[in-house]
Design a protein. Sequence first.
Lengths: 158, 134
Amino acid sequence: MTREGFIALVEREQEALRGFLLYLCCGNKDEADDISQDALVKAYLSSAGYQEKGRFRSWLFKIAHNTFLNHKASCRTTESLDEARTLISNTSADASFAHQDLYLALRTLPPKERSAITLFYLNGYNIKEIAAITDTSEDAVKKQLSRGRDKLKEKLKP
Amino acid sequence: MNKDKELEELFLAQKPHFDDNEAFIASLNKRLDAVEYVKQHQEATIRRYKWAMVAAFVVGIISGAITIAFVLSMPAEIPLFSFSARSAVLVWLSEHSRIIVTTALSLFMGFAVFSIFGNVMDIVKMRKRVMEIH
């Protein structure tokens, strides 16, 4: 794949990718954009292995998901919910302020459940596709979705 | 698995939109420029390394062959080296000096060829990795 071709595909998919990572990073836009850029560089470097038959977006999401998990593993900081609330309040003077409750609720989920929930509800992937993107079994995805949904509903209760 | 309607609506209602798409792509292009630069530098280094190995191989083979030919062309009755001390071992070494020097040179050349072959295999692997990146 040429660089121009790659950029053209990225231009088409960047909003979806950045949105996915923004949710995984619970509204931290700078962190999400950093991970997006890292993931896109990784994707560019391995674009020779990209099969045209596969969907570019799924392939990109898979790389982004792995980059996110690596990023989380490399900075294992356990922030309390209060710290998260402060962080989001400070950085969300824009439209993301409206998403605060959802981001805070998502923050209580483990990264894998957060990925499954975001891919399912935000990006509209089905269980089989999520299993392929996150490299897990369909049963595991079902469990993650079920647990994640219950936790979210509990947190989002008025 | 059925979707939870409430959650789905919540996610869809809060679908993020970005107004800095161009800046994001510009930043990505900058990163890719840096990646390209490193890649080109790697390729150039590999190319230089490859030619250095080829030159070392050719020069080594030619100079080794010339030295061996020179040693073998010297008169057989004159030893290449001799010792002032007289002992059976040293006398034997002096008498067989041509064979000893030739064998040592051949072993050294063999070792050098083996090392260069190893380095060339490393270069091939590096090139393969760089080509995969392309």
